[in-house]
Design a protein around this ligand. Structure first.
Ligand code: GCO
Ligand code: MG
Length: 401
């Protein structure tokens, strides 16, 4: 088999998505997600100018060799743009291989390790009472695990807590600026989880995302303060470039820790996994460079009792979600999958075989990863420049978020 053509499709059915579509001389096609929220066009240029010209003519069955060729062959390794571009190609090649075999992708990875996969979804409110109501609603809808975020008194709307702030950030043409205060946040968050446990009891799984805004000592304090409420996890406490920082957090709290949605290679997480400084690794197919490396990372993590928890917000396309679901159905150390239901227009552009029911997900049994792209419909949603917000302390200092 030979690769005859590659298209890089940019479409915005609700939000921007970059999709790689690979065509072969045997008529089989495959697609992969290459979306990098807020920097989409950089990945498009990387693909169109540098990778696609040397992909045409290659044998699509040589997935490992193609991955190594683009990773090692560039000389300049790693980074979100590079790895998202390689991921788009790698995922499309796995799709083709599984279609050629007439099997769902999880069968090629080693087969199903479970019947269904636990997921968690998001709930938020500007006030504690509103956030508690929002979590209760998700539980009523059938979810067993919910990430709870709340606005902080004295701060204007914070990302992920107020629908309008999140939407403005996604749709504006300029980055929305937010204001942050760690002391105010640390005082308020334990009150949210006290209220949640009081209202919902102990059976539901509760998660929280600190979005990299804390120092290791502050993270240790928050982890301790949240211990009575038995969180499923506390996510992205600190900016994790400094992996050693997790030693301090780990020493002081038994609240389970998750990190990794912004990681691109195993080298971002090696120490965290080997020293068992985290409980869940959040790396996801599109930002980790595809199915090939993420499978390796999941296997590596399994040796150290670290479980998988792929990033699954709506700014990665359903193609990425499907790839995560195939990996998760196989992975012996699957933990949980993040799931935020897509907009109807996104699902029309990306029809798929995966299912979400009663708080569980399944990739389906269609050959390949099971998601296709409706190119004609995709063309009706042109790209819209958008940025993630930026975060500043109250005195104006630019901060992590
Ligand atoms: C999550 C994430 C998202 C990210 C977003 C960035 O845990 O789902 O933190 O909210 O901010 O995916 O593009
Ligand atoms: Mg997160």
């Amino acid at each position: 088999m030979k690769i005859t053509d590659v298209k890089v499709i940019v479409s915005s059915p609700g939000r921007n998505f970059v999709t790689v579509k690979i065509f072969t001389d045997e008529g089989l096609t495959g697609i992969g997600d290459a979306t990098l929220n807020g920097r989409e066009k950089a990945v498009v240029a990387y693909l169109e100018d540098h990778l696609v010209p040397i992909l045409i003519g290659r044998d699509p069955s040589r997935i490992e060799d193609t991955w190594q060729y683009f990773y090692k062959g560039a000389y300049w390794r790693r980074g979100p743009v590079t790895m998202a571009a390689i991921a788009g190609i790698d995922t499309a090649l796995w799709d083709i291989k599984a279609k050629a075999a007439g099997m769902p992708l999880y069968q090629l990875l080693g087969g199903a390790s479970r019947e269904k996969m636990l997921c968690y979804t998001h709930a938020q409110g500007t006030e504690i009472s509103e956030a508690v109501e929002a979590v209760a609603e998700k539980i009523e809808q059938g979810y067993h695990a919910v990430r709870a975020q709340v606005g902080i008194p004295g701060l204007p709307a914070v990302y992920g807590t107020d629908k309008s702030a999140t939407n403005v950030a996604a749709l504006n043409n300029l980055p929305h600026e937010e204001v942050w205060s760690t002391p105010k946040y640390l005082r308020h968050i334990p009150k949210l989880f006290a209220a949640l446990r009081e209202k919902l009891g102990d059976d539901v799984e509760l998660l929280h995302d600190a979005h990299h805004r804390l120092t290791p000592l502050e993270a240790a304090r928050l982890g301790r303060d949240l211990e009575p409420y038995r969180l499923f996890w506390l996510e992205d406490t600190v900016a994790a470039e400094h992996q050693e920082g997790f030693r301090l957090i780990r020493k002081h709290t038994v609240t389970p820790l998750a990190v990794g949605e912004v990681f691109n290679t195993i080298w971002d997480a090696r120490l965290l996994i080997e020293e068992q400084l985290i409980d869940y690794i959040r790396m996801t197919t599109v930002h980790a460079g595809g199915v090939t490396p993420l499978r390796r990372i999941m296997d590596f993590a399994s040796v150290y009792n670290v479980r998988t928890a792929c990033h699954g917000a709506m700014d990665m396309s359903p193609v990425c979600l499907a790839a995560n679901l195939h990996l998760g159905l196989w992975a012996p150390n699957f933990g949980i999958q993040e799931y935020t239901p897509y907009l109807p227009e996104t699902l029309e552009v990306f029809p798929g075989a995966w299912t979400a029911k009663d708080g569980y997900l399944h990739p389906g049994n269609a050959p390949g990863h099971g998601v296709e792209i409706d190119e004609a419909l995709a063309a009706r949603y042109p790209y819209e420049r958008s940025y993630l917000p930026v975060n500043r302390l109250e005195d104006g200092t630019l901060w992590h978020w």
